[in-house]
Design a protein around this ligand. Sequence first.
Ligand code: NAD
Length: 487
Amino acid sequence: MTVQTAKQLKNFINGEWVESTTDQYQSVPNPATGEEIARVPLSTKEDVDKAVNNAREAYKLWKKTPVPKRSRIFYKYHQLLMEHYEELAELITIENGKTYEDAYGEVLRGIECVEFASGAPHLMKGEVLPEIATNIESSMYRYPVGVVGGITPFNFPMMVPCWMFPLAIACGNSFVMKPSEQTPLLAERLVELFMEAGLPKGVLNIVHGAHDVVNGLLEHDEVDAISFVGSQPVAEYVYSTGTRYGKRVQALAGAKNHSIVLGDAEMDKTIEGIIGGAFGSAGQRCMATAVVVVTEDVADDVVNRLIEAADQLKLGDGLKKDVNLGPVIRDTHLERVHQAIEEGVAEGAKLVRDGREDVKSELPPGFFLGATIFDHVSSDMKVWEKEIFAPVLSIVRVKNLTEAIEFTNRSEFGNGSVLYTTSGAAVREYREDIEVGMLGVNVNVPAPMAFFPFSGWKKSFYGDLHANGMDGVNFYTRRKMVTSRWS
Ligand code: NAD
């Protein structure tokens, strides 16, 4: 499927595609070609108000819909998503730039969330203790929260929305989604297919746009909860503003993920893992490997092998089969990444592979950067401290595992980390002492599946209940405790 002409997008409110009240539209280019594929409205607070009010009305009926009946719509939805699998993957590559293989994997991660949400009859069950005292029982019932607003980033146009709306809706809430204005197309297909599966009008709505829509949701009296995924400063803002307005908020934020390599690691698999973790999806994953912390005994070997393996990556349009490194999302982002590389050089990090040199004239006019590697990075450098969100990898050399853990723990982020080793004792020390919420052992991107919480720590997460798993169910439900005496 190719997008022929730039489509002017509409909002989806109460089961209808409706024009935004704005006159401001933003161009959405294919990052691999620069070609405009859509124009997205920067909707107004008036549009948000309309969507939220409709969602509130729909909620009144939806929350009373028996849970198994809701669940059956999810089975049909699942079937439709499977039938449209390739189309969805291709659309991800066109709007986001990641390779088709990465996009294909992302579709599955999204579908897994729908599978988890289909289990709503089990997930929504309460608890009873029949005798808390003589003739007195205590029971817990789950209810939806109300209207949920969802705000998503550009880097997973399918998976991240699927962390939110399927489970929220399965739990009986209605939903207003604001997709990333940089990748707004996939959300539309997700909604269309859900409607085809039989979702009632108004339960799932889309309002396209940027900060005005976000603020409209945060400030709206009829929005009860906010799920956010995006960069750290915006997550912090969304969390503090949303909670100030009395809402339940979960805000998943940025990252700087460290992979630790010990001398006893299986080196071929380790190199393959790091290359996939650092340069897959052009480094634009919240679980991407951004830093390799390697013990000195194998550091030279690891750096040389990484350079060699990075040399083999083919840069280009992710729809081409032989390409394994796509573009970054925008020219403005590419500019910031170039600045970060310059800064790294000025700070004294050793640029051992400069991905800017891979950008040759035969490439399409997209936003490309080859795999870039800095060696001899230290914790006083910005190139280490800040999330760059691109195919840029830093190497840090340490004496041993204990030093590697201490170094990793200096980061203000705590999303993901990986340890490459064959030692059980090392795994134990790492698991106990590392201050990060999602760990991998010889697994390059340790993103948990939909039935576990996506549990970032420190500045990678704001809130109490994470996305997915029982945390997600608890976030999208509120409980009533009933204590009764029947004698
Ligand atoms: P972003 O923060 O720029 O945008 C995320 C959302 O917030 C978008 O919908 C955007 O419209 C909105 N937004 C942006 N600026 C805003 C502002 N000033 N006020 C109100 N709303 C605003 O993030 P992005 O660049 O789209 O996505 C990449 C970031 O997301 C990275 O930092 C990445 O680590 C993070 N991310 C985190 C996770 C996680 O699970 N922790 C998952 C995916 C992505």
